[in-house]
Design a protein around this ligand. Structure first.
Ligand SMILES: [Zn+2]
Length: 432
């Protein structure tokens, strides 16, 4: 095995060979779901498409999309393609906006999951001698389990501490000598605050060197902030319960997100028309799981906006690349005709010296008119310097220069915005 790659055969496979492999797997998958699942069978019939119609990768366009609504309608096991006996593990999303999405896995699906997570963690630099503090919440959520499977496949040590109980997290990190941390990016910053309160210097008093972060949209500015605070390299992890959980992409040392496209076939579509877009164009990510048995997804619309690239990367991987997620199309806000993503607001705020990454966006609806305001904490040092109006004005100017919108900014005292040990709640809706 070449040290650089977990699976050099796949990760450095020429693109044309990868596409051949994808086509072989796609043909097999389409026949498999058509023969084994009532929902897919009927859907394909309605769209007038049969397994034999898939002759090229381009023919995937003949297949209907799968949406979150379909998953809700067929909750919990309507899309399962095996006998329920063959399912060995079940996960589910939190279901904050309706019924949860269920992810049932066969033994083989778990093998695939461990493989893609091992690739991802290996690409982040995790090795056998590392100790991964796994501070994603254990439970139905896919996060913690995906990281555990991948790290153990590599042979690293896993500390399954789960999220919360932050003082204990810090004590364990110190005493066990954790070298890698997996959690949401916002929780890692909260952990640093608690470490400081306990009298530690996050950058110098721990052995931490790698951060494996995901489950939240976070900006490059936030990444730099975390790297500086902890003195680590922070990596993005992207995944979805509907596809497999984390492990859909592997972020290399060039900080490019390589799609594990031998298992997950990506497409980018125009979210309005559903038409396929070219590499380099921004649109909605759509994935087809090429090798899953329990719950294969065909053309699942993620609602996430990104760009897809087919280009060689400095790291040597040939797997195609996706940009970081600009935001879920569900998070998109329209204010005075301007499209705004929470991640753009975060970028603007973190560009201002003296502001911290703790902020909330207040979305107020008056009839059909939406307006936004922002509450943000300064750093402790900046707070003591007073003249907070100047700081608010700077933030408003920065937001205006990026969004061409006037968004009022209120500076609130440090520690006043609620912290989360999981996904941070960035947007608060208020009726006026
Ligand atoms: Zn790369």
């Amino acid at each position: 095995m070449v040290e650089e790659f977990w699976n050099s055969k796949i990760e450095t496979m020429p693109l044309n060979e990868l596409k051949k492999l994808q086509l072989t797997r796609l043909k097999k998958l389409v026949r498999y779901v058509y023969e084994n699942n009532r929902f897919y069978h009927d859907r394909f019939k309605e769209s007038n498409v049969k397994p034999d119609d898939i002759k090229t990768l381009n023919d995937i366009k003949k297949l209907p999309f799968l949406t979150k609504q379909d998953l809700r309608d067929y909750y919990p096991f309507g899309l399962v393609c095996v006998e329920i006996d063959d399912i060995v593990e079940i996960h589910a999303s939190s279901g904050t906006t309706g019924k949860p999405v269920v992810g049932p896995y066969t033994k083989n699906d778990l093998e695939v999951w461990a493989e893609v997570m091992a690739r991802s963690l290996w690409a982040n630099g995790l090795r056998k001698n590392d100790i991964l503090q796994n501070a994603y919440g254990y439970g139905l959520f896919t996060g913690a389990h995906g990281f555990e499977k991948g790290a153990q496949r590599i042979g690293a040590t896993v500390i399954p501490i789960s999220s919360g109980n932050t003082k204990r997290q810090i004590a364990v990190m110190k005493d066990f000598g954790s070298t890698a941390l997996a959690c949401t990016p916002s929780y890692s910053l909260y952990m640093a605050e608690v470490a400081e309160e306990m009298g530690f210097d996050p950058k110098n008093d721990f052995k931490l060197k790698i951060g494996c972060f995901g489950a939240e949209a976070w900006s490059e500015e936030m990444r730099r902030n975390i790297e500086k605070t902890w003195g680590i390299t922070a990596h993005e992890h992207y995944g979805l319960t509907e596809i497999i959980g984390p492990g859909v992409v592997s972020e290399c040392k060039e900080k490019k997100l390589h799609i594990n496209a031998d298992h997950f076939l990506p497409e980018i579509i125009d979210p309005e028309t559903g038409e396929t877009l070219e590499p380099g164009e921004e649109g909605e990510l759509v994935f087809t799981t090429l090798t899953k048995e329990g719950f294969p997804a065909i053309r699942f619309r993620t609602r996430d906006l990104a760009v897809y690239y087919e280009e060689t990367c400095e790291c040597g991987r040939t797997l195609p690349i996706q940009s970081r997620i600009k935001g879920r199309s569900d998070d998109m806000m329209k204010v005075k005709g301007v499209i705004v993503f929470p991640s753009q607001i975060e970028s603007a705020l973190l560009n201002i010296n003296g502001l911290s990454g703790n902020y909330q966006i207040i979305k107020t609806k008056k009839g059909s008119i939406t307006s936004l305001s922002v509450e943000v904490e300064p750093t402790e040092e900046r707070y003591k310097e007073k003249h907070l109006d100047d700081l608010a004005k700077k933030a408003e100017d920065e937001l205006y220069s990026i969004l061409n919108l006037h968004i009022p900014v209120k500076i609130v005292p440090p520690q006043s915005i609620p912290r989360s040990t999981g996904k941070a709640k960035r947007v608060i809706e208020r009726e006026s």
